[in-house]
Design a binder for this molecule. Structure first.
Ligand code: AMP
Ligand code: GLY
Length: 424
């Protein structure tokens, strides 16, 4: 099988790595890819949001299967175009991708099926939004409706902070994404991510994970795209997972079918868990980044079979071959991230890190310059390890971090702290 992976981050390197382990993969191409992907695949410089460019490429290169990593091509309808052209693809249609692209849409679906989530209201003008905040009080959560690169959510501790966020959003801080604003009840509890493959009403769980959104040790400092993750997430017990499936995920998927926009692909449910009960924080229509890195480390080559069965509507014929293991990834970012940072510093000694089924350094933002690996983004490397215990995975990952010679980078020293605290 010839396989094309779309994207250029650590998530896509991990997808490409897992796919490359599978003997069914004859040729692997990544578009646009990065320096890490270039070591295991051919890289093609394509506009990954253009359906026609992708169809032309797939026909010329005899691509059998396309795996879509990020949300932008999904929201742009790339899966729709590929499916129309008869090319197998892993990722939902644009209509189904609204579960991530529009928070108002998701809230309406949750209300329609009675899925537990934060109480909310939505507004298109400032005065009534302010009046609602005044009536509800703080803390309260303000969200821009559309895709805002993960920056459209403000957890406001005070009323003044909430008013300032509303002023910014209605003044166009998030462009058209802020023209409609959702205001939500602030939920407390522990967050975890639940990943399932979906084919219309068939739902197959493929793992749980916990992310670390804050930049600093002890969950301090500003929010980031994610500074590290581990899988499984102990807070997401089998009982919690069953409730999430029965009360949230399956009813949502049934409603999508009822509306004529069935979902197919990976669904990532962000859950807030309190007293053993989950509530939905948000859906994403893609793998999390860096959660995907730990899931791929645990699933390995079977990830290709699972994704292909999902794309072909054969999820009922396949099962996950679970191992009793733990994976953990540490994000190495450029100093300054998530604020201003510079690109172009050299990363040395990567070659001394082992690369096998228990150790991988996934590249998130790198480029190759005449054999040298240069930092080319905010989040740059995902140092990932697997072991029988979470402690073992953390030790392996941090041992690799210690070997990497990149003074311009930094990482959090405490990835996994919640679960590690609870296991000792
Ligand atoms: P989202 O993009 O919707 O996942 O929001 C980003 C982050 O904001 C989430 O991962 C939570 O940590 C936090 N958050 C979002 N909505 C709520 C809420 N209603 N209550 C508490 N925290 C929230
Ligand atoms: N790590 C969070 C996300 O991918 O949205």
């Amino acid at each position: 099988m010839n396989i094309l992976v779309l994207g250029s981050g650590g998530r896509e390197h991990a997808l490409a790595w897992a796919i490359s382990q599978n003997p069914k993969c004859d040729r692997l191409i990544c578009a646009p890819g990065n320096a890490g992907m270039a070591e295991i695949a051919d890289c093609a410089d394509l506009d990954i949001t253009s359906g026609s460019a992708l169809i032309g490429f797939c026909e010329a290169a005899a691509v059998d299967f396309v795996v879509i990593g990020p949300e932008a091509p999904l929201a742009a309808g790339v899966a729709d175009r590929l499916i129309e052209a008869g090319i197998a693809c892993f990722g939902p249609t644009a209509a189904a991708a609204r579960l991530e692209a529009s928070k108002v849409f998701t809230k309406e679906i949750c209300a329609a099926v009675g899925a537990p989530t934060a109480a909310y209201a939505h507004f298109t003008e400032l005065a009534s939004a302010r009046a609602y905040v005044k009536a509800q009080g703080a803390p309260i959560v303000i969200k821009a409706d559309g895709l805002a690169a993960g920056k459209g959510v403000i957890v406001a501790e005070t009323e003044a902070h909430a008013f300032a966020a509303l002023d910014d959003m209605f003044a166009g801080a998030f462009g058209s994404a802020g023209a409609e604003v959702v205001i939500e009840e602030f939920m407390t509890g522990e967050e975890a991510s639940f990943f399932v493959l979906v084919d219309c009403e068939q739902v197959l769980p493929i793992g749980t994970a916990q992310d670390h959104k804050r930049v600093g040790a002890g969950d301090t400092g500003p929010n980031t795209g994610g500074m590290g993750a581990y899988s499984p997430a102990p807070v997401l017990t089998d009982a919690v997972a069953q409730q999430a499936l029965d009360q949230i995920i399956r009813p949502t998927m049934a409603e999508m079918v009822r509306r004529g926009t069935p979902y197919r692909g990976v669904l990532y449910a962000g859950l807030m868990i309190k007293d053993g009960a989950p509530r939905l924080v948000e859906y994403n229509v893609r793998f999390g980044d860096p959660e995907c890195q730990v899931l791929m480390m645990r699933l390995g080559a079977q990830a290709l079979d699972l994704m292909f069965a999902c794309a072909e509507g054969r999820l009922d014929e396949i099962a996950v071959n679970w191992a009793e293991d733990h994976a953990l990834t540490v994000v190495m970012a450029a100093q300054g991230y998530p604020g201003r940072y510079s690109k172009g510093s050299e990363i040395r000694a990567l070659a001394v890190c082992p690369e096998d089924s228990h150790h991988m350094v996934f590249h998130a933002g790198t480029r190759n310059d005449q054999g040298r690996v240069l930092a080319d983004g905010g989040r740059v490397l995902n140092v990932t390890a697997r072991a029988e215990t979470l402690t073992g995975a953390a030790e392996r990952a941090y041992a690799m971090v210690a070997k990497i010679d990149w003074p311009e980078g930094f990482c959090r020293p405490d990835i996994g702290w919640r679960a590690l605290r609870d296991t000792t």
